[in-house]
Design a binder for this molecule. Sequence first.
Ligand code: ATP
Ligand code: MG
Length: 342
Amino acid sequence: MGNDVAMQPRQVVLTGDRPTGRLHLGHYVGSLKNRIDLQERHDCFIMIADTQALSDNFDNPCKVTESIVGVCRDYLAVGIDPTKSTIFIQSMVPELFELTSYYLNLISVARLERNPTVKAELQQKSFADSITAGFLCYPVSQASDITAFKATLVPVGEDQLPLIEIANEIARRFNRIYNRNTLVEAQAALGKTQRLVGIDGKTKACKSLGNAIFLSDSDDVVKQKINGMYTDPNHIKMSDPGTVEGNVVFSYLDAFLEDRDELEDLKARYRKGGLGDTTVKSILADTLHTLLSPIRERMALIKDNDVWDILTSGSAIARGVAANTLSEVRDAIGFGYDKIRK
Ligand code: ATP
Ligand code: MG
């Protein structure tokens, strides 16, 4: 899918991650791989969403601020190239928050509460009774992020689809009410694996659930995590026939084993009986070693100062683009007072 998207006519791409920890394999297959393809032919903006991360970490801002360098280091190590993609920090582009003020009028609270992604996150974060306005409204801020860059493509995992829908609703409403074509709608670019399950078998590998294999995990940690993965509870003896569906090790092999013939062969042997969990797990460990060891090597060479240089200059570029859109938005509403006086 990544390659198909990369072949489309030149587009503006906006995507990002919350700095709530290091990036994991879910990010890699859900979004990072697509970004690496897309940056070759498109204008890519990659945002480290510190303000959004604050919405459920406002009482622990250090977690957010201290995660920024790590997220950017992960980007660079997987192959995001700062000469091709603009990497920036959300809070360094304050224009985004003015846009949010205007967009908040364009969506109802009921619509925000119906959002399945927010609903799932609320359950997971268990602050059901004390949901803050900031958390409920983060999809509106995400609409600002997307529209500020006039993004047409957003490489994301499946969990983000309802949020892109909200952004598009806001864009359409804005254009209709203020009678302009200022804002553009965006389309999701889903990765080949749209949702990587957690190592605990939960529906999504996630930083906050601590159920992910991180790109920065050492071989030993990766092996430990693989050893703890659920397989098929009825596959007790090696000779027992096993089930591949819902088997976490096979979900990961599906996502990462490039040799598809080998994968099909493994599945057939596992289903028939005679292939042990230990063997399948060690194949997964080898596969992930091949993927992650060059990434980890590159990570080790990246210096904090270089990361900050990239983020500072990227944020200045992003700010210029967002300021242009903000100016158009203000004009559309009739707030272009500076122009009236001239
Ligand atoms: P947090 O727990 O802080 O929400 P997260 O692990 O969900 O962290 P995000 O920063 O929210 O990660 O997500 C960044 C991007 O990565 C989004 O586009 C999201 O869809 C994608 N993504 C995250 N986890 C997965 C996953 N398990 N499978 C596929 N895509 C994923
Ligand atoms: Mg998330």
